[in-house]
Design a protein around this ligand. Structure first.
Ligand SMILES: Cc1cc2nc3c(=O)[nH]c(=O)nc-3n(C[C@H](O)[C@H](O)[C@H](O)COP(=O)(O)O)c2cc1C
Length: 200
């Protein structure tokens, strides 16, 4: 199937691209309205983590680690508690929360200089796989990280960097007014001319 014959429907939130892109990337956006009843299956979580595991990695060191918690578990509540209030208000309805952690050095002290880049690549894979599973994701950095470090007893070389909400998108009218406005605001990007420094 070509990318122009995608099975994923175009929605009002789809990316506004100058040429067609891969369907999952086109359909991806970061909602805050998640269905509070929806659940993710083990098979879906496996697929998300496998996608992350197979992301490219500098020297193939793979210095990315994850904490995965489904709604209704103690770990999920712990993670929600660490979110800043703005994020906690909506992320509590996600089906799962995934803490992305960069292993910045080995226990022996060898630096993993590309750990943060590696983690980002892995989460990007996870996000695309989520779209393919019929799920949506929303990454967050608005987190009290010291709470995550303490709650999960993370060693000094493990730097938590993002929490990704995973779930089934719900309608914007389920959100409080201020959040609903953001949910329907136009999605924008810098033009390619600003991103590309040189192209020949
Ligand atoms: C590293 C990172 C941190 C983010 N932190 C937050 C956050 O704390 N709260 C939030 O609501 N959105 C957060 N976002 C989501 C961005 O606001 C969102 O991706 C951006 O506005 C583009 O929208 P789109 O993902 O729908 O294209 C974060 C995204 C990234 C990649």
């Amino acid at each position: 199937m070509s990318i122009t014959e995608s099975a994923l429907p175009t929605t009002a939130r789809s990316a506004d691209t100058i040429v067609p892109i891969v369907a999952e990337l086109d359909a991806r956006w970061s909602p805050r309205s998640f269905d509070p009843e929806a659940t993710v299956t083990d098979a879906q979580l496996d697929a998300l983590l496998e996608a992350a595991r197979w992301a490219p990695s500098a020297n193939n060191f793979q210095p990315r680690r994850f904490i995965v918690a489904r709604r209704g578990t103690h770990h999920f509540d712990t993670i929600v508690h660490a979110l800043v209030g703005f994020n906690a208000a909506w992320a509590v309805n996600a089906s799962a929360l995934v803490v992305g952690i960069a292993e910045t050095s080995t226990v022996e002290g060898d630096l993993r200089s590309y750990a943060e880049y590696d983690l980002g690549a892995a989460v990007a894979h996870l996000v695309v796989q989520a779209q393919a599973e019929g799920l949506h994701t929303h990454q967050m950095a608005g987190v009290e990280w010291d709470q995550i470090v303490a709650a999960f007893d993370l060693a000094e070389n493990l730097k938590p960097m993002t929490i990704t909400a995973v779930g089934v998108v719900d309608t914007a009218d389920k959100l409080a007014e201020a959040l609903a406005e953001r949910e329907t605001a136009p999605r924008t990007r810098l033009p390619l001319s600003e991103l590309v420094i040189a192209r020949s």
